[in-house]
Each structure stands twice: as structure tokens, then as C-alpha cells.
Design a protein around this ligand. Structure first.
Ligand SMILES: Nc1ncnc2c1ncn2[C@@H]1O[C@H](COP(=O)(O)OP(=O)(O)OP(=O)(O)O)[C@@H](O)[C@H]1O
Ligand SMILES: [Mg+2]
Length: 370
């Protein structure tokens, strides 16, 4: 066990880091301090193995306060490893700073965190790919594509978890034949204890896709916290090759938790100007969140055969992102599938729309190898 003390004065960031640390088996959180003086005093007496230090303590735009605190930590406990937490826009070279052993860049993944903490290299389970199926516009086909993509990947022999991330009024349960009393996200304990119950809460869906449902009652959404959502995704990724998440359009805390945790965002658009413009502003938001260069965003055009003014080139150019799949319109196949509560890739595997989802899955698998 390594003991970690967190020095962080922004409660949201502290909570995010704490829930990440809670998932590390070899790590114990020795405390969270927002006040540097109190932190240094605790370090002097307890000599924790590791300190994670907010690079921008005191609301600073630079590392001045943090580096000064790092110096005091070094003096108080020479053996404590000092990790400075930063964001992609503000780089810090640990080699250039005698008092900094490593840098952790937010939002950061579990693997990056384990690396800077120096834990779990050999024991770390192989991690699956977490894909957020997202669109800033409602009704573009997120749920339809998430469900069918998960099913296709499963039929290609991958282990797949499908999570309904639309915690209020999630529709995965209606699209599939889910028995009424099936357990959902609210039946999971929070934080680290989640791991033990995860398997019991998953519902075995079509072709053996493991489905983590959103709550069945609208009011239950209040019981769920963003930290739990990211936790659940990472834990699912420990035991599945793919974790596909149907993501809400509004960038609420839930949606941001999903997007933060995801390794890849599949952005659903159409060839309509308005949809593309909304996608543009979502991408700008993602850049502000530090996703650029960290988290690939790939475009999927739904109803791609409906001529709506924009060409493939124009969309790729406007969003500066590649299109990896084009899904045709097929009202009959899609509505049959909804009526039967069965993914169309099972009910109508030969139809062009099913073929297009297969091609998308193939594109993703190839992309992942790169
Ligand atoms: N390629 C398609 N051809 C025909 N119908 C489609 C196609 N894609 C989606 N639909 C239909 O369009 C409607 C919206 O799709 P879906 O529910 O998947 O969108 P969504 O993005 O999840 O919506 P919301 O934002 O409300 O969650 C559904 O009735 C679905 O059956
Ligand atoms: Mg939906």
C-alpha cells in the first residue's frame, strides 16, 4: 500500500482525483488538504509515500505557489514523491524542476495515473476501449447506433459492455427487451465498492452484450454522481474489450463524466448545416476541456443518404475531423427493430443499414490497432 496525500483547493478536482485514486488497489488516500501550510505539517509528521499537488494552488495561472509548496514538502519529507497536477494547456517539465518527480495531466486516464504513481504495472488488467456515442443535437441516432454497434462488436467475438448514460429517461431499456425489474445503475454501491457488485447489476442483452441500464424511475437520477459514472466505465473496461456509452446531448455533469472517462468520442452528425454547426460548437467545448490531442473524435454520419446540402468533404473540412462511418436511412428496418425490441443487426443482418454498422465496427477495430 502506498499512502497518497492530495493537496487541492478546487473541490471538483479533488473529488475527481479521489475517485480515481479509490480505484487503485495499491493506493490509500491519506487525506485531502486545501491549505498548503496544513498539508506541509501533515507531511512532516506522516511522511506519505506520494503527494499529488494542484499546480495552480490559490487560483494562480502559473506554478509559482505550487513550486514553492513543493520545495517545502521536499524539506519536510525528502522521501515523498511529488506529483504536480496540471492541464494540457500548461506544460511542466518534471526534469527541469528538482522538486517535482512527475506530472499528471488532467483529465488523464487510469493508465496515466498508475504510471505517475508508479503502481500496478504488471498487475494492471488490460483495458478495453471506452467509446462515448455523442451528439450535441438530440434525436440524431445515438441510442440506435450505440445499441447496434455494441451488438455487432459482440457478434464479432469481442466482449462488450453497453452503458445507458442517459441517467434520466434513458431509452436503452425500451429499445431492448429488458424485463421490468432488471437492476440498473442505482443498484450499484458507489466508489471503490462498485467493483464487487458490477457483475450482478449487468443485464445479459442481445448476443451476450452486458448492459448497464439507466435507472427506471426519473427521480432516481438524483442518486447518481458524475464520479460514479466515470468509475463504472473504467471498471467495465477492465473486463470488456469495448465499453459503448449512450451519452446525453446536454453537457450536464453526467455527460461530462462520460466524455472525460471515454478514450474515444463517436460524434453522430447528419449532412445538415444546423447539425454540423452544433457539432462545431461541441468540438470547441471539447478543446476548452483539454481533449484535443488526448481523445480522438471520429464522425459518423447518420441518414447519410438523405441529401441535405452538405457533402462528405465539406463536413470533414468544417469539423476538421474524419468521417469513419455513413449510415443510410431505413425507416422500415429501424421501426421493425424497435417494435420487436431487437437490434436490426440481428433481425436484418443483410440490410444495408446493418452492413453499414458492421463497416463502422470494422473501422473502429482498425483504428484502435493504429
Ligand atoms: N438511419 C436511420 N434510419 C431510420 N430511422 C432512424 C435512423 N437512425 C435513427 N432513426 C430513428 O430516429 C429516431 C431517433 O433515433 P435515436 O433514438 O437513436 O436518437 P438519439 O440521438 O438517441 O435521440 P435522443 O437525443 O432523444 O436520445 C428513432 O425513432 C430511431 O428509430
Ligand atoms: Mg437516445
Amino acid at each position: 500500500m502506498k499512502r497518497v496525500l492530495l493537496i487541492e483547493d478546487l473541490p471538483q478536482v479533488a473529488q475527481h482525483l479521489q475517485s480515481m485514486l479509490a480505484r487503485e488497489k495499491e493506493i490509500e488516500v491519506a487525506g485531502v488538504q486545501s491549505d498548503p501550510a496544513a498539508a506541509v505539517a501533515q507531511i512532516a509528521t506522516e511522511k506519505p509515500d506520494i503527494v499529488m499537488l494542484d499546480g495552480f494552488l490559490g487560483g494562480k495561472q502559473d506554478f509559482s505557489v505550487a513550486l514553492d509548496v513543493a520545495k517545502r514538502i521536499r524539506a519536510a519529507s525528502a522521501g515523498t514523491r511529488i506529483i504536480v497536477v496540471t492541464v494540457p494547456q500548461k506544460g511542466l517539465d518534471p526534469k527541469a524542476e528538482a522538486t517535482v518527480d512527475a506530472v499528471f495531466v488532467l483529465p488523464g486516464g487510469a493508465n496515466e495515473l498508475a504510471q505517475v504513481l508508479g503502481v500496478g504495472k504488471a498487475a494492471r488488467p488490460q483495458n478495453g476501449l471506452m467509446i462515448a456515442v455523442y451528439s450535441p443535437k438530440g434525436g440524431t441516432g445515438k441510442t440506435t447506433l450505440a445499441v447496434n454497434l455494441a451488438t455487432v462488436l459482440r457478434r464479432q467475438g469481442k466482449s462488450v459492455a453497453l452503458m445507458d448514460g442517459v441517467m434520466q429517461f434513458g431509452s436503452v431499456r425500451h429499445v431492448l427487451q429488458v424485463p421490468p425489474a432488471t437492476r440498473s445503475f442505482v443498484d450499484l454501491p458507489t466508489a471503490g465498492a462498485m467493483r464487487t457488485s458490477l457483475a450482478e447489476v449487468l443485464w445479459e442483452g442481445p448476443s451476450g452484450v452486458h448492459v448497464l441500464l439507466a435507472p427506471g424511475k426519473a427521480e432516481e437520477v438524483d442518486l447518481i454522481q458524475g464520479g460514479d459514472i466515470g468509475n463504472a466505465m473504467s471498471m467495465l473496461a477492465e473486463s470488456h474489450d469495448y465499453v459503448i456509452v449512450d451519452t446525453p446531448s446536454r453537457l450536464t455533469e453526467d455527460a461530462l463524466a462520460i466524455l472525460d472517462a471515454a478514450n474515444l468520442i463517436l460524434m453522430i452528425v447528419t449532412y445538415m448545416n444546423a447539425t454540423v454547426a452544433q457539432a462545431r460548437s461541441a468540438i470547441d467545448t471539447f478543446e476548452a476541456l483539454g481533449y484535443k490531442g488526448q481523445k480522438p473524435i471520429l464522425l459518423v454520419v447518420n441518414q447519410a443518404d438523405t441529401a441535405s446540402g452538405m457533402s462528405k468533404n465539406a463536413v470533414e473540412h468544417a469539423l476538421n475531423l474524419p468521417i469513419i462511418g455513413e449510415i443510410p436511412t431505413d425507416w422500415k428496418t429501424v421501426s421493425d427493430s424497435l417494435n420487436k425490441q431487437q437490434p436490426f443487426v440481428i433481425g436484418a443482418p443483410q440490410s444495408p443499414i446493418s452492413r453499414s454498422v458492421e463497416a463502422l465496427a470494422h473501422g473502429l477495430v482498425t483504428q484502435q490497432r493504429k
